[in-house]
Design a protein around this ligand. Structure first.
Ligand code: GDP
Length: 138
């Protein structure tokens, strides 16, 4: 069990002005921020980040969406970070997300679902390394 996870506030949420409220909910959920940046992915970078989903029918749509506007990338720390953060954000499809979760509060659809959360310790490390050098985290 690792104490770090990786998140992005996705382009739907940054575009609707939800960034501050989402980060506030993350901090109130007990996570501390170890690295953070406001950036925008190219299509190539979004394709690489989500390469694991290449064979899925929604891959092209996902790459288009994730490169359509700014994102906020962050490394978060808390005991049991990966599992606790998945709980805080709720189900992939906001229609199935529990009340009070970030996706229930801020997401519009299964594709445009406001936030990313790593699904394993291994992916949390890979995804954090995708965005941040060792000089950009503490
Ligand atoms: P997550 O771990 O909860 O983010 O879900 P997945 O790993 O299954 O999917 C990664 C991301 O792909 C999701 O967060 C969505 O943004 C997107 N996605 C998943 N399923 C669909 C879908 O059926 N349609 C579209 N357009 N996007 C999807």
């Amino acid at each position: 069990m690792s104490n770090r996870t990786f998140t992005m506030v996705k382009p739907d949420a940054t575009g609707k002005g939800y960034t501050g409220a989402i980060i506030d909910q993350i901090i109130k959920g007990g996570f501390s921020i170890k690295a953070m940046k406001w950036t925008k992915l190219t299509k190539e970078q979004a394709g690489e980040f989500y390469a694991v989903h290449k064979e899925r029918g929604f891959y092209a749509e996902l790459v288009e969406f994730m490169s359509s506007g700014p994102i906020v990338a962050a490394i978060l720390e808390k005991d049991n970070a990966v599992a606790d953060f998945r709980k805080l954000i709720g189900a992939t499809n906001p229609a199935n997300a529990e009340e009070g979760t970030i996706r229930k509060n801020f997401a519009a659809s299964i594709g445009e679902n406001a936030v990313h959360g790593s699904d394993s310790d291994e992916n949390a490390a890979i995804e954090g390394n995708f965005f941040f050098s060792f000089l950009e985290r503490f």
